[in-house]
Design a protein around this ligand. Structure first.
Ligand code: ADP
Ligand code: MG
Ligand code: MG
Length: 210
């Protein structure tokens, strides 16, 4: 059961890696408007390290929790930058809700999503409206909790909410992270971390049971 879930996670990471490779230059351009332009590079480096760690774990016969935990650690270690540390923390918090023996129980996915959003707020310290990835992550977690239906249907609804929320960060003035020093310059451009979060969750939906 847990091995089947581990295989699913590995496939999901492969899709995320492809999506972030395709988006690398666009994410860099968004980050260059008010930040330092490295968001595409950092996300790509992070997801590749996560994928490599997950492949090694799967080869070694790891269960879902170990695979996800090692992927999270790989992301945090290799990505560099603020977003890499925060992605590692989110994935690590989600991984802690998985199991190495049983498959995912019905509540595990809900717990994992809520834990990831909590970890981001706690570790990053951003508030809603600061123009960070939190402005996509919180609407995602709220929409997922509120949605009914299959896991995939609920995830799709949440991914739509994240996409709309990421687009809406365009109107905000950055108050956190590197781009706060050029906060006014960021108006008219969405937050790169919010955009990449929305992209990643959209690619994961087909991997959920539906
Ligand atoms: P860096 O800013 O170190 O170059 P990246 O460019 O990879 O890192 O990531 C920038 C993104 O990180 C921002 O667009 C924002 O979404 C996110 N971010 C920065 N600081 C925080 C924070 N305190 N809480 C949540 N997200 C943050
Ligand atoms: Mg940057
Ligand atoms: Mg940087």
């Amino acid at each position: 059961e847990s091995r089947a879930l581990a295989a699913r996670l590995l496939d999901a990471l492969r899709d995320a890696e492809r999506a972030l490779a395709d988006a690398e230059s666009r994410l860099g351009e968004l980050d260059a408007v008010a930040g330092d332009g490295d968001h595409g590079i950092g996300m790509r480096r992070g997801v590749r390290a996560a994928l490599t760690a997950a492949e090694d774990a799967a080869d070694a016969g790891a269960g879902a929790q170990t695979l996800a935990r090692l992927a999270a650690a790989g992301w945090a270690r290799e990505a560099g930058g603020t977003s890499g540390a925060l992605w590692g923390a989110m994935l690590g918090a989600a991984a802690a809700r998985l199991d190495d023996e049983a498959g995912a129980d019905p509540g595990a996915l809900d717990a994992a999503v809520a834990a990831a959003a909590d970890a981001l707020g706690r570790i990053g310290g951003a508030r809603p409206g600061d123009k960070t990835m939190l402005d996509a992550v919180v609407p995602f977690a709220e929409a997922f909790a509120a949605a009914t239906g299959t896991p995939r249907g609920r995830w799709n609804a949440a991914a739509d909410a994240a996409r709309d929320a990421a687009a809406a960060t365009s109107d905000l003035v950055a108050r956190r992270g590197r781009s706060r020093t050029h906060g006014e310059r960021s108006v008219g451009t969405p937050d790169p971390g919010a955009v990449s979060f929305a992209l990643v969750v959209a690619t994961l939906a087909p991997h959920l049971p539906g």
